[in-house]
Design a protein around this ligand. Structure first.
Ligand SMILES: CC(C)(COP(=O)(O)OP(=O)(O)OC[C@H]1O[C@@H](n2cnc3c(N)ncnc32)[C@H](O)[C@@H]1O)[C@@H](O)C(=O)NCCC(=O)NCCS
Ligand SMILES: Nc1ncnc2c1ncn2[C@@H]1O[C@H](COP(=O)(O)OP(=O)(O)OP(=O)(O)O)[C@@H](O)[C@H]1O
Length: 198
């Protein structure tokens, strides 16, 4: 039977992982691209070599991915970010396909910050865009990661605006009140189960 892929995306701090976790609670297996990217960047010899060649040996500290260093190199330099995306994204895409084939579920979810930007909706049957006001997103990330506003805004500037992404999404979740977000996830889940007779 065909596996139905729900793509979950949204800007930094919108609440993608929160939405993905609500799907997980309903039994939907979730692939988190950010996490898989970091796992591969820490374990794949080929990726490690490519990243070190492009960004220098500081990209790894004691064998571990130096996230702060890489973030400082890429989020204010479009070409550097493109360079990193070019080596990491194909590896993540391959890992997703392998993962998908192993799932014993008709519905699976693919959560990624960068989805429409890289035309990854092509691998999804449905897409969900998670949105929240800019100030809310900044405050969530400041609170969660103790990040500076300038660092958050640098990442935002490498992502499409919500308005641009809204035109492409099948479902939009306005993630403000958590209980409403949870209900919306349940509604989408029921709708998909119903139309696919799962
Ligand atoms: C530079 C890195 C090491 C910084 O790691 P860090 O733990 O600080 O951030 P993390 O990966 O958890 O991402 C947090 C948020 O940053 C933003 N972000 C991450 N990667 C990108 C990107 N390529 N383009 C735009 N925004 C991005 C997203 O909003 C994301 O949700 C990491 O973001 C990275 O390797 N990014 C490039 C690979 C990538 O695109 N990963 C995302 C999914 S494939
Ligand atoms: N509706 C909400 N109300 C209050 N806090 C929320 C809500 N949604 C998410 N949060 C909190 O905001 C932070 C960011 O949420 P989450 O990690 O789900 O976002 P994300 O889009 O996956 O972030 P990132 O882009 O950094 O990966 C988390 O600390 C989360 O607990």
């Amino acid at each position: 039977m065909k596996t139905i892929v729900i793509g979950i995306t949204g800007g930094i701090g919108s609440g993608k992982t929160t939405v993905a976790n609500f799907f997980k609670d309903l039994g939907v297996p979730v692939f988190i691209a950010d996490e898989e990217a970091k796992r591969l960047m820490s374990t794949s010899i080929k990726l490690k070599e490519q990243i070190t060649a492009n960004f220098g040996s500081e990209a790894y500290k004691d064998g571990q991915l130096n996230r702060e260093y890489l973030a400082s190199k890429v989020f204010n330099h479009k070409e550097a970010l493109e360079q990193l995306n070019k080596v990491v994204h194909p590896a993540v895409a391959e890992a997703f396909l392998e993962w998908k084939n192993k799932q014993d579920s008709t519905l699976v979810a693919y959560e990624a910050a960068i989805l429409f930007e890289k035309n990854r909706q092509e691998i999804c049957d449905y897409t969900i865009l998670v949105v929240a006001p800019k100030e809310t997103k900044v405050q969530r990330i400041q609170h969660r990661d103790n990040a500076k506003r300038s660092q958050i805004e640098a990442r935002m500037s490498n992502q499409w605006t919500d308005e641009r992404k809204m035109k492409l999404a099948d479902f939009i979740i306005k993630n403000e009140e958590l209980i409403k977000t949870k209900e919306k996830v349940q509604d989408i889940y029921k709708y998909l189960k119903n139309i696919h007779k799962i």
